[in-house]
Design a protein around this ligand. Structure first.
Ligand code: CP
Length: 311
């Protein structure tokens, strides 16, 4: 693997899930692979799971890890040909080449600002790293995708499914803040690659990018969509059409024990209790959110392993 910034960087999803589960059984079997190799992780945004699981994954492979919260570094300029007389002190061209002197792999977390759809969709930050870094790049969530999370979610479904073709539903939830579409985008892309019965439910006005949802079934009636589900993945996202806007705070879309039925409850975390999902769900044994968080280590580890093998 040359990079991992999108689900489509995975050649064979079934095989990578299998390999991740093997690593979970024996996490230290490749601890020589990353010896004398360094992962530099750059955070433009906050993180709990991604930061710690990716670091743990790299250390399981014998790598050294360096973490930089970019707020502590120089303000970066991304435009070519700019007269840098204002706030930006360092151009991404130098920054990426310099980082590549210290890193064998660069991991980046860079959220969208949800103000300018075209700019966010251009993935200008992540793509600047891909363009100017001379080492492989790993996305730890970008403007439009969170591929490490989606791989962990697929691993979790594989571990827990008790029928050949489970029913998986992505269900929109209310949220007090406007959130990106990155997690649902990658979840949808990943689910389309699995042999499952997959559909999405959300209020009108919350269609995701149609180039991502493609022919996936969308039902605006949550109750109908959730019927007989085996896994319900709950996630808020702001409107894609009225970009970055909150159109509905309809609390009726919150996930409850009653709506969940017998399904497993999935969420990438962090989650707002009793706004996105009620306590009774999170505190029940139907919630698999901690298992998903645990599997973040093995999604990162299998991806890092594949990148290291290609260095
Ligand atoms: N799910 C996830 O990416 O969590 P963090 O934002 O805490 O990294």
């Amino acid at each position: 693997m040359k990079k991992y910034t999108n689900i489509n960087d995975i050649k064979n999803v079934t095989e990578i899930i299998k390999e991740a589960l093997e690593l979970k059984k024996n996490p230290f079997q490749y601890e020589e692979l990353g010896k004398h190799k360094t992962l530099v992780m750059l955070f433009f945004n906050s993180s709990l799971r991604t930061r710690l699981s990716t670091e743990k994954a790299a250390k399981n492979l014998g790598m050294e890890v360096m973490v930089l919260n970019v707020n502590d570094a120089w303000n970066l300029e991304y435009e070519d040909g700019t007269v840098m007389s204002l706030d930006t002190a360092e151009h991404i061209k130098e920054a990426c080449q310099v980082l590549s002197q210290y890193a064998d792999i660069i991991a980046v977390r860079a959220f969208p600002d949800l103000k300018n759809k075209e700019k966010d969709e251009s993935e200008f930050m992540l793509n600047s790293f891909l363009k100017h870094a001379t080492v492989p790049v790993l996305s730890m969530e970008s403007a439009t995708a969170h591929p490490l999370q989606a791989l962990a979610d697929a691993i979790t479904i594989e571990e827990l499914k008790n029928k050949k073709k489970p029913k998986v539903v992505l269900s929109w939830a209310p949220h007090p803040k406007a959130l990106p579409q990155a997690v649902p985008n990658s979840f949808v892309t990943m689910m389309q690659k699995l042999d499952i019965n997959f559909s999405i439910t959300h209020p009108k006005g919350y269609n995701l990018n149609p180039e991502i949802t493609k022919n996936t079934r969308i039902n605006h009636n949550q109750e109908e969509a959730l019927k007989d589900a085996d896994f319900v993945y709950v996630k808020n996202w702001s409107s894609y059409e009225k970009y970055g806007k909150i159109l509905s705070e309809d609390t009726n879309w919150m996930m409850t024990k009653e709506k969940l039925g017998h399904a497993k409850f999935m969420h990438c975390l962090p989650v707002r209790r009793n706004f996105v999902v009620e306590d009774a769900v999170l505190d029940s044994n139907q919630s698999v959110v901690i298992q998903e968080a645990r599997n973040r280590t093995y999604s990162a580890q299998v991806v890092l392993k594949k990148i290291l093998e290609n260095l």
